[in-house]
Design a protein. Structure first.
Length: 465
């Protein structure tokens, strides 16, 4: 029998990039001009044409400890030699219990019960299901309404898009969760332009929850879900006092408060969790991304003990208490990666690295770009920054795309949401590397500024995503 190798893609008249349907990507444009990343180390990516890029995004705010950490690679390697997989339902393995305990140790207050998922979206679905199951378990099944917020991004599952506040992510899909309301977003106040850290104005936006309660009755609302800082759509930081006010209203009406910390957790804003930095403790926290440094996919929903107990105690002894789970919940390799990642965070003090002197250094660099006329707003917290560019009047989003493409050419990977360029570098970045990152960004913004002279019209600040 002859063993012929299959024809190459070119011989078969196919494009090697055809088969892969890329997520959240203009597939046709990408495949006409692919931008490929082939390796990574520390804060750098290497492209297929051998260029080194600063990862100004930390892989979508995921790789907080830097790329290709040997400690995580070794932990995964050791684990896969010992136990590659164990069924998650009705069987246990030590790594899942160990990692859950470690997470409970770093979670605030009595949020000490951990449900593992495989992504942030699944962590959100899990949190919403926990909230509904809890209300039912305590005899309040009529509390089946969920409250999200405009401009929020909680992922792509049907639960996540229902509580998110983004039209584009829903419009192709007609079926959404019923009984969902949205708070207004907190962005766009002229008084908050060029703010450093938490903006001072806007705590009153929380009062919109009272309006929703007034319309539907508090006794119909199970939970409110917000991101302490919305990142995916352009860095919108909760104004001072806003989260406190939401907490107070939820307490008064016995409504659960969920913080989506898929990005804001794990040191992104200079603390273990944003809720610790902002001093407002929710009832449920969702995590993913930096949970395992994104070396392997994983998410987690961390819940107050009494919520877990209430759901458990409502079921018969020996019965399954919560009808939910994923085949690869608490996967041994992901747990091993997560434990090694936590060790790195402890050894290198990464939880607080984006605070104090380093945060100030980053902040000064961000606001150092204020002289560029094209920039109509800047904001920062921890290692998160947004550069809000005045859009080209006839083509919103074009300036953002230009900045991403030009930075890529000159050695910096960043992200744009419309005309808002966003930085979220790995927490391990040094001052010298921060300097390099901002030198490239300044060069690109100045080039763009010069190409669009005469002076741009002074447009109203608003949200473009
Ligand atoms: C705040 C937030 N929640 C949830 C998600 C969804 O996470 P995943 O893409 O892992 O499903 C994201 C993703 O960017 C996010 O930013």
């Amino acid at each position: 029998m002859s063993h012929q190798s299959p024809p190459s893609y070119e011989q078969a008249g196919k494009n090697q990039h055809d088969a892969y349907w890329m997520p959240f990507t203009p597939n046709r444009a990408f495949k006409a001009d692919p931008r490929m990343l082939v390796s990574a180390k520390g804060i750098y990516y290497t492209t297929s044409d051998g260029r080194k890029l600063i990862d100004g995004t930390a892989g979508h705010a995921s790789v907080n400890a830097g790329h290709c950490r040997p400690e995580i690679i070794t932990a995964i390697h050791e684990q896969v030699k010992t136990l590659d997989y164990a069924p998650a339902f009705r069987w246990g393995h030590p790594r899942a219990f160990e990692f859950a305990n470690r997470l409970a140790d770093i979670a605030p207050d009595n949020l000490n019960r951990v449900f593992f998922t495989n992504s942030g979206s699944e962590a959100i679905d899990t949190a919403l299901k926990v909230a509904l199951a809890y209300q039912q378990a305590r005899g309040q099944a009529q509390r089946n309404r969920l409250v999200g917020r405009a401009l929020a991004y909680h992922g792509v599952s049907f639960g996540a898009i229902s509580v998110s506040g983004l039209g584009d992510n829903r419009k192709q899909f007609s079926a959404l969760l019923p009984h969902v309301d949205h708070l207004p977003h907190t962005h766009g106040l002229a008084e908050n332009l060029f703010s450093h850290g938490q903006p001072q104005h806007g705590s009153h936006f929380a009062d919109a929850l009272e309006d929703i309660i007034h319309i539907h009755g508090a006794e119909t609302i199970a939970a409110v879900i917000v991101e302490p800082v919305t990142v995916a759509t352009g860095i919108f930081i909760a104004p001072e006092g806003y989260l406190q006010r939401l907490r107070e209203i939820c307490n008064r009406h016995d409504i659960l408060l969920i913080f989506d910390e898929v990005i804001t957790g794990f040191g992104r804003i200079g603390a273990r969790w944003a809720c610790e930095r902002f001093n407002v403790i929710p009832d449920i926290i969702t995590s993913a991304k930096a949970l395992t440094n994104s070396t392997l996919p994983m998410g987690a929903t961390i819940v107050r003990e009494e919520i877990y107990e209430t759901i458990n105690n409502s079921a018969q002894q020996h019965a399954i208490e919560f009808f939910h789970g994923y085949t690869t919940s608490g996967h041994p390799l992901a747990c091993a990666a997560g434990i090694a990642n936590l060790d790195i965070f402890a050894q290198e003090k990464l939880f607080t690295r984006a605070s104090g002197e380093m945060e100030k250094y980053f902040e000064d660099k961000v606001h150092g770009l204020r002289d560029i006329e094209l920039i109509r707003d800047l904001r920062n917290i921890g290692f998160l920054a947004a550069f809000d560019l005045t859009p080209q009047p006839d083509q919103v989003g074009k300036h953002g795309q230009y900045v991403v493409a030009e930075c890529f050419k000159r050695g910096l990977l960043l992200r744009a949401a419309g005309d808002i360029a966003v930085l979220s570098p790995p927490l391990t970045i040094t001052k010298a590397q921060i300097d390099d990152m901002f030198a490239i960004l300044r060069e690109v913004l100045q080039t763009l500024q010069m190409s669009i002279q005469p002076t741009l019209p002074n447009q109203e600040v608003g949200c473009l995503v």
